[in-house]
Write a protein of this length. Structure first.
Length: 257
């Protein structure tokens, strides 16, 4: 096993802003309506490239939405509403199929109006690659209360507020992310730890390869996380400065054609 660790400096997202922004998005979604397979915004404009094709009523369990955007030949995408209850949970399933592979994701947000837990799991199939890499599965969990408690006060928890794993036939990666207050300017210091290990019969071979390449892996992880942090810090400050009413207006005023 090889453990990689890197700390990012991020612009913080206040918990109240996150809750308010999520309420705005959910309210807007519930203000849309479906007519003859089309999804319409509150002002009557059609949401492009999306149609409700089968199943239940709009935003009700069983409703299925299909992407109609022009993409790669043979590519299809569907979103299925499995649960829509803002006091309990939202559960959506996404399935995408293309000639070079397919993936399926399921996401669940518990207690959406006061979010507590976000869970995502999925599987992917990739064509024309080594068989040990052709089937990938993974899952991620974000415990919202623990994240903001750690980010705002430095309170530690038994397990990391954000955790994820990815597995294929050859290897497994486990990720943990822990935030803490970063200083007088209020930024977050988020420490990401990734543990890599081989699986099954490939474990001895993978162990040697990981140890030999650990330095390069650390450099690659640091570069990727720093690039991601730079994009975050470029976008988030203006976003969190936008109040709920202005956010709603910006979304409705956006050019969706």
């Amino acid at each position: 096993m090889v453990a990689l660790r890197h700390t990012m400096v991020l612009t913080p997202v206040p918990r109240p802003w996150f809750v308010d922004a999520l309420v705005v998005l959910l309210d807007l979604a519930e203000d849309t309506r479906a007519e003859a397979g089309r999804v319409l915004l509150p002002d009557g404009r059609e949401v492009p490239d999306v149609r409700i094709v089968t199943g239940g009523r709009h935003l009700r369990p069983g409703a299925v939405y299909e992407s109609t955007a022009e993409g790669e030949p043979g590519e299809t995408g569907r979103i299925t509403v499995e649960q829509w209850n803002r006091r309990r949970a939202l559960r959506l399933a996404l399935a995408v199929s293309a000639p070079d592979g397919a993936f399926a994701l399921r996401g669940t947000l518990h207690r959406p109006d006061r979010p507590r837990l976000l869970e995502i799991d999925g599987r992917a199939r990739v064509e024309n690659v080594w068989s040990a890499l052709s089937r990938v599965s993974g899952a991620a969990r974000l415990r919202c209360d623990d994240w903001w408690a750690a980010a705002d006060t430095g309170r530690t928890t038994r397990t990391a507020p954000l955790s994820a794993r990815v597995e294929c036939g050859a290897a497994r990666a486990d990720l943990r992310a822990v935030p803490e207050p970063g200083g007088p300017d209020g930024h977050w210091d988020v420490t990401v730890t990734v543990r890599l290990r081989g699986r099954w019969l490939l474990r001895p071979v993978a162990a040697v390869a990981l140890r030999l390449g650990s330095r390069r892996l650390r450099q690659s992880l640091a570069r990727a996380l720093d690039e991601w942090a730079a994009r975050w810090n470029d976008v988030v400050p203006a976003l969190v400065a936008t109040g709920p009413d202005a956010l709603r207006q910006e979304i409705l005023a956006a050019d969706i054609t």
